[in-house]
Write a protein that binds this ligand. Structure first.
Ligand code: ZN
Length: 160
């Protein structure tokens, strides 16, 4: 079964910046990523690259920043009350997930004060041209409910 819109694909990925060691790999946790295709659940460049592949395929794909996490923007620093971070210990350079008005967002800690924290709202991978190594584990039809919700249910997906 080929990967196309409204199908669920499970795949392993390893992502790196061109010529650099891996930044992140689904193999570290052992669980492949599970996504509903065609609903913008992953970066556009990767979704495009998956199209037409099937279970067992392995391939590499270069995704320029514009098709990945976008270009880096200057002046995206925001000062946030420390209490928003709960009890976690913060060090400049840390990447943490902050609950914002727009939902959870990965940010980078820039400066830690007594009561406030300066964070960079750029996605940690913004502005980076990325290379992905992909292994397709399996492909299945999505249920009508999954298509309606726009995300995967069950294994590797939403439980609700
Ligand atoms: Zn749902």
């Amino acid at each position: 079964m080929k990967i196309e819109k409204d199908r669920v694909v499970r795949f392993h990925y390893t992502v790196s910046e061109a010529g650099q060691p891996a930044l992140e790999s689904s193999k570290e946790g052992g669980e492949p990523l599970s996504i509903l295709v065609g609903h913008g659940n992953i970066i556009p460049g990767l979704e495009k690259a998956l199209d037409g592949h099937e279970a067992g395929d392995s391939f590499g794909v270069d995704v320029p920043a514009a098709d990945a996490y976008g270009e880096r923007r200057d002046n995206l620093t925001q000062r946030v009350p420390k209490k928003h971070f709960g009890a976690q210990k913060l060090t400049p350079g840390d990447q943490v997930v902050l609950n914002t008005n727009f939902g959870p967002r990965a940010v980078t800690v820039q400066k830690v004060g007594m009561s406030v924290v300066d964070v960079d709202l750029n996605h940690p991978m913004a502005g980076k041209d990325l290379h992905f190594d992909i292994e397709i584990v399996d492909v299945r039809e999505a249920s009508p409910e999954e298509v309606e919700h726009g995300h995967v249910h069950g294994e590797g997906g939403h439980h609700h």
